[in-house]
Ligand binder design. Structure first.
Ligand code: NAD
Length: 363
């Protein structure tokens, strides 16, 4: 049951403090509404122990406000883990704008949204996410300096995908070392599902190291480009989970690791960029473990995007961001070894390490 308290009119519009059973653990959740621009947004700050809460702003046509709240609470909690496990001095936060990204965007709306971000005094730093773009962040920048994901011309980091793909590649190599005793992917059969921004960069790195690459995408042009450029083999979307392969790299959608797909999977390692790959964290983490499949935690190995925007806070430098992403290799090894030693799932091990870091900082 959602309750909104302390409703007040401020310079930016009307603000209220909401109370909801699953707010436990969140530091602050702010509902933002502006009549003139039609802005309806929720900013969730989950934890700022390690630093300001950085997380993107998602614009989505949620069916209900309750759906939007659940999403922002879940996503902001995930950002806390992602930042902590990546060793960044950042907390976890996220925001959602309720609306259709195709028809309801305007520079005024994002400027107004920026005022709300500014009103939090730097406790929350935003960036682009699903449904928002670099140009939207430029509008947000007109009202607040607490925004990242800006174009290179404005001191931003530009497209984060190469950094994300590099981090995924590092996580994949560390997983290969743990599973096969060598971190080389040469000769390994790797299925890349989704060859968009991240997937294409990953295919390039895999090919350069001599992997046998299979690709699948609902966009035929993207697949054709990979076949032509890198000699990859095209696999129909419905056959992805039935391949005899070494590594499955989900780089399209979340929740592809569900009961049915895991039963079908014929691979040893899963390492990819997609967010929230496990349909149910505990159940499917356990199912993978029982099947002997090594799963590299997604929120660690896809942290290159976060690392890239974090780098903007200190004067953007691509080499520095890449160097930070390289550390994903060591952290992945640490997690996989802890999971093996303690006979727990890799997601449990990753979360334990993240929580230990937050606790140590708190103390
Ligand atoms: P993208 O939109 O550029 O690419 C996704 C690709 O997946 C597209 O080519 C799309 O056609 C394809 N796709 C969609 N449904 C599919 C299906 N059923 N089967 C096969 N292919 C399908 O996105 P991206 O930036 O490359 O990101 C890929 C994933 O990684 C996303 O889940 C994203 O949330 C996550 N991620 C991206 C970054 C980043 O820096 N871009 C950072 C962290 C996480």
């Amino acid at each position: 049951m959602l309750e909104i308290k302390d409703i007040k009119e401020t310079k930016t519009g009307i603000e209220g403090v909401m109370s909801h059973p699953s707010f436990a653990g969140h530091e602050q959740v702010v509902f933002c509404y502006d009549k003139v621009t039609g802005l309806k947004a929720i900013i969730a700050i989950h934890d700022t122990t390690l630093g300001p809460a950085l997380g993107g702003t998602r614009m989505w046509n949620y069916a209900t406000e309750s759906e939007a709240i659940n999403d922002v609470l879940r996503l902001s909690r995930g950002m806390t883990y992602k930042a902590a496990i990546s060793g960044l001095k950042l907390g976890g936060g996220k925001a959602v704008i309720i609306g259709d990204a195709k028809t309801q965007k305007s520079p005024q709306l994002f400027r107004k949204y920026g005022q709300f971000v500014e009103s939090l005094g730097g406790r929350y730093i935003t960036a682009e996410d699903v449904g928002t773009s670099t140009s939207d962040m430029v509008s947000v920048r007109e009202s607040t300096k607490h925004v990242t994901g800006l174009p290179e011309s404005m001191g931003g980091g530009g497209d984060p995908s190469p950094v994300t793909a590099f981090g995924v590649f590092m996580g994949m190599k560390a997983s290969a070392l743990e599973f096969w005793g060598s971190d080389s992917v040469k000769g390994k059969k790797v299925m890349v599902q989704g060859v968009g921004h991240v997937g294409q960069n990953l295919v390039r790195m895999l090919t350069e190291e001599g992997a046998i690459v299979l690709v699948s995408d609902i966009n035929k042009e993207s697949v054709d480009a990979m076949v032509k450029q890198y000699g990859a083999t095209s696999i129909a979307a419905e056959n992805v989970y039935d391949q005899e392969i070494d590594i499955y790299a989900p780089c399209a959608l979340g929740a592809t690791l569900n009961t049915e797909n895991i039963n079908r999977l014929g691979c040893s390692v899963v390492a990819g960029a997609a967010n929230n790959q496990l349909a149910e964290e505990v159940q499917h983490g356990q199912q993978l473990k029982e099947k002997g499949i090594l799963w590299a935690p997604d929120f660690l190995i896809n942290a290159g995007g976060l690392i890239n925007v974090y780098s903007e806070l200190h004067g953007y430098n691509r080499e520095v961001a890449m160097e930070q992403a390289r550390k994903i290799y060591d952290t992945t090894l640490e997690i996989l070894r802890k999971a093996k030693k303690e006979d727990i799932t890799t997601i449990a091990a990753a979360k334990m390490i993240a929580e230990e870091r937050i606790l140590a900082a708190r103390q």
